[in-house]
Design a binder for this molecule. Structure first.
Ligand code: ADP
Ligand code: ADP
Ligand code: ADP
Length: 213
């Protein structure tokens, strides 16, 4: 399966991506994760991306697209993949077509996770990420994480710089202006399926798997 997840920051894309990718035995490719790995690794790509990420803006298309082209060309993506966080605008969507066309394939489905703004703000303000294994937690919804330790691996939990209230507001504007037009784009191509992403993580996973199988 070749799948894209779309939805506002905080919708639960990263959380669901883990479960959905497992279920279909496909690699999860998260552009946000790749950028963050490059920032903490101090690569040239990381240095460039950091300023945009800190501001809550999109990293320029040219760099992002080159990165995704490389990643989709890797052998483990040949039999399918789940993209989390890409495409993020219509130009990237056209580029994805072109990348997949060059690889002799195409996209199967785009899954939209739908949540209201109030819930998005609640989810982002409590989001904690494990430095070691990358698992995503929430301080209220996963109350056992209040001690700042990852239940899966014992790693340290941290709050992303771009989850500060002011940056969150800007990222939501960026989503509304640049990313949400993808909904109409993929609806017009009859590739969009929508899932109500309010409810427990397990409920949302179940709904997602149901519409995908
Ligand atoms: P969230 O999960 O909250 O939506 P991500 O982890 O997907 O956030 O992305 C974090 C940041 O990484 C974005 O705000 C942006 O700066 C950058 N980024 C991620 N994916 C893309 C992309 N496809 N195009 C441009 N920038 C991106
Ligand atoms: P560059 O070629 O720009 O130096 P690399 O490919 O060497 O970037 O990757 C730098 C960092 O990004 C490494 O820590 C690597 O683990 C991480 N990384 C690269 N690709 C991925 C990916 N698809 N998923 C997760 N992390 C990745
Ligand atoms: P995205 O990748 O779309 O930005 P995340 O998967 O990082 O979203 O989720 C944002 C925050 O919301 C995290 O703290 C996560 O633990 C939490 N979360 C995700 N799904 C749910 C859910 N169904 N109910 C409550 N909290 C959730």
């Amino acid at each position: 399966m070749r799948l894209v997840l779309v939805g506002p920051p905080g919708a639960g894309k990263g959380t669901q991506a883990e479960f959905i990718a497992d279920r279909f035995t496909i690699p999860k490719i998260s552009t946000g994760d790749i950028f963050r790995a490059n920032v903490s690794g101090g690569t040239e790509l990381g240095k460039l991306a950091k300023q945009y990420m800190d501001a809550g803006d999109l990293v320029p298309d040219k760099v992002t697209i080159a990165m995704v082209r490389d990643r989709l060309g890797e052998p483990d993506a040949a039999a399918g993949f789940l993209l989390d966080g890409f495409p993020r605008n219509v130009a990237q969507a056209y580029e994805l077509d072109s990348i997949l066309g060059d690889l002799g394939t195409s996209l199967d489905v785009v899954l939209e996770l739908q949540v209201d703004n109030e819930e998005v703000v609640r989810r982002l303000s409590g989001r904690r990420t494990c430095r070691k294994c990358g698992h995503i937690w929430h301080v209220e919804y996963d109350s056992t994480q209040a001690d700042g330790v990852c239940d899966k691996c014992g790693g340290e939990l941290y709050q992303r710089d771009d989850d500060q209230a002011e940056t969150v507001r800007h990222r939501l504007d960026v989503y509304a202006e640049q990313t949400s037009p993808l909904i109409e784009f993929y609806t017009n191509r009859s590739q969009l399926v929508v899932v109500d992403a309010i409810g427990t993580v397990e409920d949302v996973t179940e709904r997602a798997i149901r519409v995908l199988t």
